[in-house]
Every structure is written in C-alpha cells, then in structure tokens.
Ligand binder design. Sequence first.
Ligand SMILES: Cc1cc2nc3c(=O)[nH]c(=O)nc-3n(C[C@H](O)[C@H](O)[C@H](O)COP(=O)(O)OP(=O)(O)OC[C@H]3O[C@@H](n4cnc5c(N)ncnc54)[C@H](O)[C@@H]3O)c2cc1C
Length: 409
Amino acid sequence: MSDRFVVVGGSLAGLRAAQAARRAGFRGPLTMIGGEAHLPYDRPPLSKDYLEPNERQPAAPTFRTEQALRDELDLDLRLNTWATGLHPAHTTLTVHGPYGEDELDYRYLVLATGAEARMLPGGEQLAGVHTLRTLDDAIAVRTALDNGARTVIVGAGFIGSEVASAARVRGLDVTVLEALPVPLVRSVGEAMGRACAALHHAHGTDLRCGVKVTDLESAGGRVTGVTLDEGSTIPAELVVVGAGVAPGTGWLTGSALRLHERDKGIVCDGTLSTGLPGVYAAGDVAHFPHPLFDGTLMRLEHWTNAAEQGALAAKNALNPDAAMPATAVPYFWSDWYGRRIQFVGIPRAEEIRVVSEELGEEKFLALYRGGDRITGCITIDRPAQVMKFRRMIAQSKTWDEALHFAGAR
Ligand SMILES: Cc1cc2nc3c(=O)[nH]c(=O)nc-3n(C[C@H](O)[C@H](O)[C@H](O)COP(=O)(O)OP(=O)(O)OC[C@H]3O[C@@H](n4cnc5c(N)ncnc54)[C@H](O)[C@@H]3O)c2cc1C
C-alpha cells in the first residue's frame, strides 16, 4: 500500500494539514492538490487591507513562498489541479491538472476544499458582477473600486459589509441590499444585527433591508443596475454578491462519503474522520459535532476553525488510535469602518442580553444564553473582553457567572 499523504485544497486548512503532518513526524510523500493557480493565501485581507486605496495593488497575501513550501515541507505541490473523483475502494483520487488527468494513491487523505461563493442567476455572464472568495475576485473588485465604480452589494453579511466599508473609505456611493428585515439576524441575532445596521448608516452606506433582488440590468455585456421586486432599479457599475457559500464537494457526489442533506458539506465525527479509512476533512467544508454544544453538528466558515481543524485532521489521520476531538470554541472577527466585530461561541440562543451599548463609541457587548450556560458573546471594539468570554464558554461557565463577570448582575 502507498504511504502517501494527500491534502486536497491548497488554502488555509490544507496548508495547516501539510505542516502538521510534517511536524507530527511524517516523512513519506506529501502531495497538495490546489485548484487555484495561486500559492496558498490568506482570505480575510481580501475584503479588508487588500481593498484599501493605495496607489499600487498590494502583494497577494500568500502564506509562504513556493521555495519555502518545498524546502520546509518537502511538498509535492500541484497547483491549477482539481481533484475530480475519490475512489475509496482503491484508495485513489483522480486529479485533473495542466498536463491532463492523473491517478494518485493515498494512505492518508485530508479533504480541505472549503467553499465556493454563490452567484446571482445571470451574474456569471456580466462584466462588473463579482463574488468575493478568491484572490482573482479581489483583484477584480479592487480594480472596479479604483475606477470609482458606483457600488451595489447584494447581501449584508460580513464580507459584503466589509466591501461596503472599503468603498465608503474611497468616498464612493454604496447601496447594500438585504432580504432580511435586520442584517445578520441569523448569524448574530437581532440586537447585534441592528448595531451592525447602525454602523452602515453612520458611515453613509445606503442599507436597504427587506428587499428582494429580481434582476440584473446590463448594456453591452456590462452590468448597469440591480432591479428590486418593488420595481425600482439601482444604478451600479460594480455589483458584489455576498449571498453565502456552498461547500466545495461537487466532485464527491457519488463517492461513499456522507454529505450533509442540506448543504452537501462533508459529515465527520468529532475527530474529523469521514468514516472512510484514512480520510479526514477540515475547515469550511466539514460538518462536525461540537462537544461543548451538546454535540450539535456544525459547519463553520471561520479562519481559526480552518487553521485548527487542518492541523487536527492531519494528526488524527496519522494516528487514529489517539485521535483527539475538535473542541475549540468557534471564533470569528470582521472589520468595518475601522471597527472590529468579534464573535465567540454559537449564535443559537434562548436569550441574548445586550450588556453594554455605547453607540456613540460604537462599543458593544452582548451575551448569548443556552439553558443555564453562556453559549456566545459578541463585541465591537472590545478585543480583550471577548477572549475572556471565549474562555468562559470553553469552561462551560453558567449564565449567572457570565453576567456577574460582565458586571450585569
Ligand atoms: C473575503 C473573505 C474574507 C474573510 N474574512 C474573514 C474574517 O475576517 N474572519 C474570519 O474568521 N474568517 C474570514 N473568512 C473566512 C476564512 O477565510 C475561511 O474560513 C477560510 O479561508 C477557510 O479555509 P479552508 O481552507 O477551509 O477553505 P478555502 O479557503 O475555501 O480553501 C479551499 C481551497 O480548496 C480549493 N478546492 C476546492 N475544490 C477543490 C478540488 N476539487 N480540487 C482541488 N482544490 C479544490 C479551492 O479552490 C480553495 O483554494 C473570510 C473569507 C473570505 C472569502
């Protein structure tokens, strides 16, 4: 049997998996299959620093140089190469790259194929309409902002909101269209959603909630506007679609892997094992039961989760008898209008208590309760505090203890 360790997905979770495999002492052949042409790079800057108005386009936020990857990891790095089929019965993968199709055997396999952004129907064909998931997307969005594009964002999620912020920094007109009555209500609840909406309004972004996009207007193959169900059209030279993502598992349909019935993410156990020998998944693509939240199956789209799970999946694949569960408390951040929003835990809650709302300063702290425990915390511009609540969630502290700590009892 082959001794090869294969990582599919050349981004954060994939890179951390390859690094962890070497750190764990794996000395056999290590191959990374990356669909994009770029070296592994960091996505959060793409909707933040990368869009800032500088005269020159900033360097790509790559993690390591190609030479470093080969020297440090002795990595067989195959970029511009897509995995197209998984054959667990033969422990092989089919991949398609610049030189055609190839078959690779594996003994250990980490699936870290992340997620793909959802586009509006018809958007693919129109110049000026973009999602923001990849470096190439960011280059296109940045170029349009540099050209002073009248910007419409479809979806007031975190990434769309960051793009709105970047456009406002340049003084551009920005409209954000959101189907829900309050933005981000599913991710962070109503009170925090309203605080986020207030940030947009305070910075001159035209946020319109409870509206439905029905059409994209165009002339000569280029977008000219976005039409709403009530009939009006908002002029646009740049449309950024922030309509969520779908796990990158199209190539796994029909394999023996269990895919989630709702979104087709890969369903894993608590150690990130897919149940197939040697096959683990990590990052945005993976559903896993979280022991801190009654084993609720969750799929996170957070940077720290991808980094931690990539490393854990590799270690567990190499040593399944000593496999450790994924236990980290979920955490993400988002930067808009010079403010830092941070969330720890999960947003599903029986109660959300706004502990501090200083809208002048836009400082904000809210706690989330599940049963008699604290399950989440969100802050604006309170980085030290949010991490203290992260520790409290990790230690399963009670709601009373959390309120007391927050000075709300
Ligand atoms: C613009 C942007 C801003 C963000 N900002 C934040 C933030 O502020 N805070 C935060 O916590 N998180 C943020 N995130 C989320 C964070 O970046 C992701 O959670 C993280 O990138 C997930 O890493 P991943 O390796 O699991 O997947 P991905 O980064 O999606 O990488 C998967 C890789 O696999 C490749 N791939 C897919 N299918 C195949 C295949 N069949 N064969 C070969 N390769 C394949 C893809 O092309 C891709 O390169 C942001 C994401 C984006 C896009």
